[in-house]
Every structure is written in structure tokens, then in C-alpha cells.
Design a protein around this ligand. Structure first.
Ligand SMILES: [Fe+2]
Length: 498
């Protein structure tokens, strides 16, 4: 049956759900020309509300993941979007109604996150609650959709976007925060990193119970090496990490998960404890017997949600990323009971920064590298873990307590010089995460193209703008138009076919 779209911020404006699956062969190029040397796919995933949950919430993490793929071949580009056919999606399709009730979504306001456990009954017992709508990345020839801690990685066909199913290596992962619904219903990271040369995938799970973090290294043949981290100072929302040649570096920050908060305190599952000192865990990535190095910092309260990348220069470890004043999520410090959800960049602001770790003394200092509001950092992912020069972000301007995103920013992280191209002025639009695609498989770091998805939601139009890294200030070299509103997506990645 059909349902009206509930009112509220989480499904308004750019967050209006894309409620259909489309196939657009030979997309219209409204300006410029698609480079013939681009051969690969650009994939994004995000929550797409389909029907009310049992208790009627619209929390993003309860909505089914929708993957959007743009496949490039010899100057032609084809678009598709498909629901990720998770076990939850298939069960609900069969019954034509919601089969899940989230324990942290019974408030009907900003506290509804869809991050907690679900109520188990005879109808949904044994079925994973994952919606697979957080990120999608390439691994071993497939695209893998993941959910922030809610369930196992789901494999997708890169051409058809058909859901192939839960990856076979999910049985070797760990359960994270949510108890598994069935054998293999384990968790994985929102933002894994990989080693381009070996194909090894570095991910993790996290929990409000010990061990607070478990690292998983997945080989392309599906074998998994795991390391439980038992000596973390507190539980943290371990959303992203840095990969270097030696370590996976995880920041333990005051953005904390705690199921007691919704079970006993009538609060959202996530809390902000700025009094928690930021700790860095330098986890040896390839040396399981070498201890984790813990660095307790005396940094002022701040928050890095997404990492750009890291460099090791002499005895200094440089950890780059946009630094927020606080996590961009609503907490009890901000909101009253009954208030509608306040979303992301409306309530907090970040700009590019760097944590400089003195590896001899263990002292850490924070540097702000730019005054410009920015987030959604990306790099040339062929060079994950190897050091880097080029960083890409979505830039913006200050707007009340948060920021309004409107531009593409490319930064040389050695010289800190940058280039900016303003994509929109005051037109309503969502400028989403920019992604790098190399000019050729062996082109130098940062030599290629940057693809930026833009939802002109008020015009019910979608667009991808492609920039040449030679000079983004000249504007896009091609614009691809979609004749409908493109659903909002937080994250995605490029898969090269060459
Ligand atoms: Fe993220």
C-alpha cells in the first residue's frame, strides 16, 4: 500500500525520499563532454524512506538504503538507482508493511535515531535490522554497502546494482553494538580504508560494551584478521579512522554511544561528553603482536567526524580532517522533548584542521588550517595509507550555528594553498560529497577528475558535475543531468574498471 510522507525535517527539502527505481541509459550531458578516459562506476548510498516503521518514526538509520550508480564508458554514462535488498527490505516487501520497531525510536522527536536494537518477535526473528544506507565502497570486484554498526556488509553488482547478498566473510566479523539476529549478522565500519596494492580492507566494529573497538583486516580472498581492543578509555562512536603505513589510527572522542541512555534515561542513544579527553589509538595495522600505542591528548573539546588522510613527517604524525566544535547531531544539551530533529550541518560547523602528534613525546596539538567552513573530506583512494598531498572537500559559509555548503574545495596539504569553485549561490540545493577518479590507473596522486553530485531538489532535478583536477576554478568540464530529484546520500566511492 502507499503511505503519505510524514512531516518533519528528516524527510523535507533535500531529504525528500526517492521513492522509485530508475534506469537512465545515455544520460543527458547538458554542458561539456565526459572524458573518454573515465572508465568505472561512481556509487552513492543513502537512506530512502519507503513506509513508516512500526512506531512511525522517520529516523534516517531505519530507512532502507538506496544505491545510485553512474557507470562511465568511453564518453557515455548510464545511471541506475536500486534499493539495497537487505533481509529487512525483502521481509517487508513480502508483507507490504514495516516489520521492525526500534527501541530508540519511541520518542517521536530528535531522540529517534534508529541506531539501537529492535524489538524481536516471531515475524522478524533471525532477520538482520541493517538498512545498508551509510556507505558503499569497492572491494574484491564488488561494491559493498554498509550500515553504521547495524548489520553486515551487503555485496552489490557494480553494473546492474543487483543485491548479491551478505558477504560470506561476515561470519568472521564481530557483532559491534547490536546483538546479531542470526549467524553472520555482524557489523562493519562506516568508513573502512584499504591498501590499493594488496587489496586488504581495514574496517572495525565498535560498541558501548567491552571491547569498545575491534579491528578487522579483510583480505581480498575473504580471510579476516581481527584484533579486539580491550584497553580503550571509554566507548566512542568510531565513525572514521586514519590509515598510515604502520597504523590504523582511531580517535576516542566524547561522542559516546550508550544503550542505557534510551533504556533508562529517556535520551537518544548518542551523547556528547566534551569532558572526555580525546585519546588516539595507534593500532599496528599489520603487526598483531605489537601493542596499541595510546596517546591521551589535552586538546580542547572538538570533534572530527570524517578523516581526510594522514602523513608521517619525521617524528610527526599529521592527522588531517575537518574539525567540528562539537558533533553535528542533536543532544539533550540542545533540544527539548517533543522538538523535531535538527540535522547535521545546521547545528555544528567544521573547518579543515590537523592534529599534530609528536611521536617522541606523545604530545598532540591542534591546528586550524582554514577559516572556511568545510566537511566531507575525500582523497585519491589509491594512496590510502601511503601519505598524500591532495584533499577534496565540500566548502561552505557560516549559517547561524552551523554552515551552508555550496562549493568544491581542493587543497594542497603540503603548501595548504587551495582552489575553490562555487557550485551554487542561493538556489536551494544539496551539494554532496565530492569523489576523485584517477585519469588513468597509474596517473600520479591527485591527477584526474572530481565528481560532485548535486540535488537541485526544489527543481526536482539531479546533477553530477565533473571537474578536471588541473584547474577546478575553470568550472566543471561536464554536467550530467537527471530529470528527477536525486535522493540524498551521505557517502560513496569510485570503482575503477580499467
Ligand atoms: Fe560518515
Amino acid at each position: 500500500m502507499g503511505y503519505p510522507i510524514p512531516k518533519g525535517n528528516s524527510l523535507r527539502g533535500p531529504f525528500q525520499p526517492m521513492r522509485f527505481e530508475a534506469t537512465v541509459d545515455e544520460c543527458i550531458v547538458t554542458e561539456g563532454e565526459i572524458p573518454k578516459d573515465l572508465a568505472g562506476g561512481f556509487y552513492r548510498v543513502g537512506p530512502a524512506w519507503k513506509r513508516p516503521t512500526k512506531q512511525g518514526t522517520t529516523a534516517g538509520l531505519t530507512s532502507d538504503g538506496m544505491v545510485q550508480g553512474l557507470v562511465f564508458d568511453n564518453g557515455r554514462v548510464d545511471y541506475k538507482n536500486r534499493w539495497v535488498r537487505t533481509p529487512k527490505y525483502l521481509l517487508e516487501e513480502q508483507h507490504d508493511r514495516s516489520m521492525f520497531e526500534w527501541l530508540d525510536c519511541n520518542f517521536g522527536d530528535w531522540r529517534d535515531t534508529g541506531f539501537g536494537e529492535v524489538v524481536r518477535d516471531d515475524a522478524n526473528r533471525g532477520v538482520s535490522q541493517t538498512t545498508a544506507g551509510t556507505n558503499v565502497f569497492p572491494f574484491a570486484g564488488q561494491m559493498i554497502a554498509t550500515h553504521e554498526q547495524g548489520g553486515p556488509p551487503i555485496a552489490l553488482d557494480p553494473i546492474t546494482l543487483e543485491t548479491k547478498g551478505i558477504v560470506p566473510w561476515s561470519t568472521k566479523l564481530s557483532e559491534g553494538m547490536i546483538p546479531p539476529a542470526a549467524y553472520g549478522d555482524n557489523a562493519f565500519a562506516a568508513h573502512p580504508k584499504w591498501d590499493h596494492a594488496t587489496g586488504d580492507l581495514f574496517g572495525w566494529t565498535w560498541s558501548d560494551q567491552q571491547p569498545y573497538l575491534t579491528m578487522h583486516v579483510v583480505n581480498k580472498n575473504g580471510s579476516v584478521r581481527s584484533r579486539e581492543i580491550w584497553d580503550a578509555p571509554f566507548a566512542t562512536v568510531a565513525h572514521d579512522a586514519w590509515l598510515t603505513q604502520d597504523w590504523l589510527v582511531m580517535a576516542f572522542q566524547g561522542f559516546v554511544p550508550d544503550r542505557d541512555r534510551y533504556q533508562k534515561q529517556n535520551l537518544s542513544v548518542w551523547g556528547w561528553k566534551p569532558e572526555n579527553p580525546i585519546h588516539l589509538a595507534l593500532i599496528p595495522r599489520d603487526a598483531p603482536d605489537t601493542p596499541v600505542r595510546w596517546i591521551k591528548t589535552d586538546l580542547e573539546p572538538q570533534y572530527i567526524m570524517h578523516t581526510m588522510s594522514a602523513n608521517v613527517v619525521g617524528n610527526k604524525l599529521l592527522l588531517d580532517g575537518p574539525i567540528f566544535n562539537r558533533p553535528p547531531f542533536p543532544f539533550e544539551q540542545d533540544m527539548e522533548e517533543g522538538e523535531d530533529v535538527a540535522l547535521y550541518f545546521n547545528i555544528a560547523r567544521s573547518s579543515l584542521g590537523r592534529w599534530i602528534v609528536d611521536l617522541d613525546t606523545g604530545h598532540v596539538k591542534a591546528e586550524q588550517l582554514s577559516d572556511r567552513p568545510s566537511e566531507l573530506p575525500k582523497v585519491d583512494e589509491r594512496f590510502y595509507g601511503q601519505g598524500y598531498t591532495w584533499g577534496y572537500q565540500v566548502g561552505g559559509i557560516v549559517k547561524r550555528g552551523g554552515m551552508k555548503m555550496n562549493s568544491l574545495v581542493v587543497t594542497n596539504m603540503e603548501t595548504l594553498s587551495d582552489q575553490e569553485y562555487q557550485i551554487r549561490q542561493d538556489e536551494p540545493a544539496a551539494v554532496m560529497e565530492a569523489t576523485f577518479a584517477p585519469r588513468s590507473p597509474d596517473s600520479p596522486e591527485g591527477d584526474g577528475y572530481i565528481i560532485v553530485p548535486i540535488s537541485w531538489w526544489a527543481d526536482k532535478r539531479g546533477e553530477y558535475q565533473i571537474f578536471d583536477t588541473d584547474d577546478i576554478t575553470k568550472g566543471p568540464i561536464a554536467k550530467i543531468e537527471l530529470p528527477f530529484m536525486m535522493g540524498w546520500t551521505p557517502h560513496g566511492h569510485w570503482m575503477d574498471f580499467r
